[in-house]
Design a protein around this ligand. Structure first.
Ligand code: HEC
Length: 472
């Protein structure tokens, strides 16, 4: 990256955010950004796939007439980097489908708004985007479609809903997925949706169960999972799917039916690497016994009256067999709690993506690799996490690591009044799946490999680094 260039961009940005007036006031009219020439291309790349009719975004941003009334709000949202949603530290890592704006693009939008949001010459406008319909498969025709049978009625108003439905996939042989996408009739109101597959008679429910495959997750603005070449996720014969949507009523009555479309590798083809989804639970530990002292200490400091002479003073706080517990994640009142987790790669692997998942108190999460020599490498830092967005950050080039590398996830939960999403800073929050509980999941797709496969990939990587090409 060109550092000098970025520094200039930041300076200009600071001037605009600081309200110092149009940054390009010194230029002549020809320099004033216009909608057709400067702004529309940015909206096409970074906004329109969400801001179009039929989605949960509050307005369409396809034409000048649609955009003009929102000019001020657009300037606010882009200069503060709230839009497009992309909450990571942009100086770390390179990602696929990165919609975020460069500093220069932000300056262009802000100057355009300050200049009165002129339309400009219609001939400068790029042709309208040919966006795939909201009910279309974006990567082609799937081989298998599994749809909800019953679905759910979502009212126009009401509390959020977290129902689930189990459907037989009718898959009769093991197959590897090349891509997978979810379509829904409830684009207005589907906040996100996990799809799991299991082959046991009973749904294990506990997602940590090795026999449960996380098939995919739908979130707005995400086109599904397309696995890198020679990698795929295994779906077992006889799999049943559990759809686990989160609906957010949004002014429209709708009957929600989700469909999962899957493209397989050709029959009999086994991709070189199998992708598995992992949830690194960032908390003070799954085994509360190990963390008992720490938890008791936290509770006592907060003045909780614990029966210390009893064998399990934490008893009242622990529901047996449940994950809803302070022993797994403890967020005391009026504090920013930091919790972490270590996950050792037992075999060499590539790390494909990272998706932080927390609730209202979640404010930041990072994923780093700790190498055998102790060196730490931050893979992704998401310092502006917001619970309403469930973004997956996919590495443009998956990270390749040898066996023994430790993945380290760190979560920050801001339980102070400074967190605008915090409903109650006086509450002591523990782990749980209810919205008012919290979580700290570092989801990541990993493909493990043999030592031989690792050596081949390592050599390829070193060769690439030694002979950089102009990879676009
Ligand atoms: C992933 C989907 C997505 C993308 C990409 C996206 N937005 Fe949004 N935008 C939303 C949703 C959903 C909301 C409403 C929730 C909220 O306010 O955060 C929203 C809200 C907004 C608002 C506030 C509207 C209001 O009610 O005040 C503005 C302005 C906005 N977006 C502009 C943009 C611009 C400009 C871009 C591109 C640079 C963009 N958005 C990219 C989904 C998206």
């Amino acid at each position: 990256m060109n550092r000098a260039h970025t520094a200039v961009g930041l300076l200009a940005l600071a001037l605009i955010v600081g309200g110092a007036g149009p940054a390009i006031a010194a230029g002549n009219a020809a320099d004033t950004p216009t909608f057709t020439k400067d702004v529309l291309p940015i909206l096409q790349r970074s906004c329109q796939h969400c801001h179009r009719p039929g989605t949960a975004a509050p307005m369409a941003l396809l034409t000048y007439e649609q955009v003009r009334p929102w000019a001020r709000a657009i300037k606010d949202r882009v200069t503060t980097r709230q839009m497009p949603p992309w909450h990571l530290d942009r100086s770390i890592g390179v990602y696929r489908d990165d919609p975020s704006l460069s500093d220069d693009e932000i300056v262009a939008i802000a100057s355009w708004v300050d200049a009165g949001a002129p339309r400009g010459n219609p001939e400068d406008a790029p042709p309208p985007l040919d966006l795939a319909g909201l009910d279309e498969w974006v990567y082609g025709e799937p081989d298998l479609i599994v749809a909800m049978k019953e679905g759910f009625d979502i009212p126009a108003e009401g509390p959020d809903m977290f129902p689930s439905e189990i459907v037989d996939s009718e898959l009769t042989e093991d197959r590897y997925m090349k891509w997978v996408q979810v379509l829904t009739t409830a684009n207005c109101c589907l906040h996100h949706e996990h799809v799991y597959a299991f082959t046991q008679a009973e749904d294990p429910e506990d997602d940590d169960d090795v026999d449960t495959v996380h098939v995919t997750e739908y979130v707005m603005g995400n086109n599904g999972d397309y696995f890198p070449d020679d990698t795929g996720k295994l779906l077992k014969a006889g799999s049943r799917f559990r759809f686990a949507p989160h609906y957010h009523p949004w002014g429209e009555e709708v009957h929600a039916i989700s469909r999962v479309g899957i493209k397989f590798y050709p029959r009999g083809v086994v991709p070189a690497l199998e992708v598995t989804s992992h949830r690194i639970r960032t908390g003070i530990g799954d085994d509360w016994v190990l963390n008992r002292e720490k938890v008791e200490d936290l509770l006592l400091r907060q003045g909780v009256d614990l029966p210390l002479d009893s064998e399990t003073p934490l008893g009242p706080f622990l529901t047996e067999g449940s994950v809803n517990s302070l022993a797994q994640l403890s967020i005391p009142p009026y504090t920013v709690a930091r919790s972490e987790r270590f996950f050792r790669l037992e075999r060499p692997a590539i790390i494909i993506n990272f998706q932080p998942h927390m609730h209202f108190r979640g404010s930041r999460m990072l994923l780093e690799a700790i190498h055998a020599d102790g060196r730490r490498q931050v893979l992704t830092d998401v310092p502006r996490y917001e619970q309403i967005w469930q973004l997956t950050y996919t590495y443009k080039e998956p990270h390749l690591f040898p066996a023994g590398t430790i993945l380290h996830s760190v979560a920050w939960h801001d339980n102070t009044a400074a967190n605008k999403h915090n409903p109650d800073p006086s509450a002591w929050i523990g782990w749980g799946s209810r919205t008012m509980d919290d979580m700290g999941n570092a989801w990541t797709d990993i493909a493990f490999m043999t030592e031989e496969q690792y050596q081949v990939r390592l050599k390829e990587k070193l060769d690439r680094l030694a002979n950089p090409t102009n990879d676009p």
